[in-house]
Structures are given as structure tokens and as C-alpha cells.
Design a binder for this molecule. Structure first.
Ligand SMILES: [Zn+2]
Ligand SMILES: [Zn+2]
Length: 133
């Protein structure tokens, strides 16, 4: 079974996942734009049972649109957000797909908050667009 490790910039905070993710998506909500400093986040959702994490972390809790929290875990040294837990996804862990630095990583199946996506961005047709999350 394949194993991939997502890492922050300095290498302190890591998440290692066995097998393939349950879901892969992009999100263009305003929080994700700020969090990533980019036009969208690119996230992979795994069952917590196949992921091990290591390294020192800080956690920032924000409340999503449905009033449920999302805990983003980031490296205290370099500030990169490597993984997150969402109240709406019990038993699961989300990993920032870019932190795997794997060009063969699974493509996203949908874009959440498509209504807020940057207009220059033209996504492949196989990426479904959802107006909310
Ligand atoms: Zn770091
Ligand atoms: Zn978002």
C-alpha cells in the first residue's frame, strides 16, 4: 500500500497517510483564500486510522459557515498549515495536498465555494462546482 508524507516547509510538522484519500477537493471560500494565501485550498480527506502525525504544532480554531469548527494545525516554526480536523467530519483528518509535493497526487473531484473562485481560473470539466460547502 502506498504511503505519502506531507510536511511543512522546515520539516518539523508531518502527516503520513497510508493508501488513497477518501476525497480530494478544492475550496475557494474566503477563509481558505486567506489561510492559503492563494486562490483556493487543495485538500485530501483521510480516515484518521490511516494517518500518523508528528512534530510540534499550534492549532487555530475557526468557525465555518454552518457554525461548526475547523481546527487547523500549523508548524510554530515556519507557519505552514499541514492538516486539519473539522467538526463536520468526525473520525477524519484533512491534509493540505500541496504539502505532499507529489505531482501524481489524486486530482480534486470538486470545487467548493465556486461562486468565490478567482475568475482567471479555468478548471477542468471533471471538477464539479458547488456554490457552498
Ligand atoms: Zn515547519
Ligand atoms: Zn474553504
Amino acid at each position: 500500500m502506498s504511503e505519502r508524507t506531507a510536511s511543512c516547509l522546515c520539516g518539523n510538522l508531518k502527516a503520513t497517510a497510508r493508501g488513497e484519500p477518501e476525497a480530494v477537493y478544492l475550496c475557494s471560500c474566503l477563509d481558505c483564500q486567506r489561510k492559503s494565501g492563494s486562490a483556493f485550498t487543495y485538500a485530501a480527506i483521510y480516515s484518521e486510522s490511516v494517518v500518523t502525525t508528528s512534530g510540534e504544532r499550534n492549532t487555530f480554531r475557526r468557525n465555518g459557515d454552518a457554525g461548526r469548527f475547523v481546527d487547523t494545525h500549523f508548524c510554530p516554526a515556519c507557519g505552514v498549515s499541514v492538516f486539519f480536523h473539522a467538526e463536520g467530519l468526525p473520525g477524519m483528518i484533512g491534509i493540505a495536498a500541496g504539502c505532499f509535493t507529489d505531482p501524481d497526487f489524486a486530482q480534486p473531484s470538486r470545487l467548493y465555494w465556486a461562486s468565490r473562485h478567482h475568475h482567471w481560473l479555468d478548471l477542468p470539466k471533471m471538477v464539479a462546482r458547488e456554490d457552498t460547502q
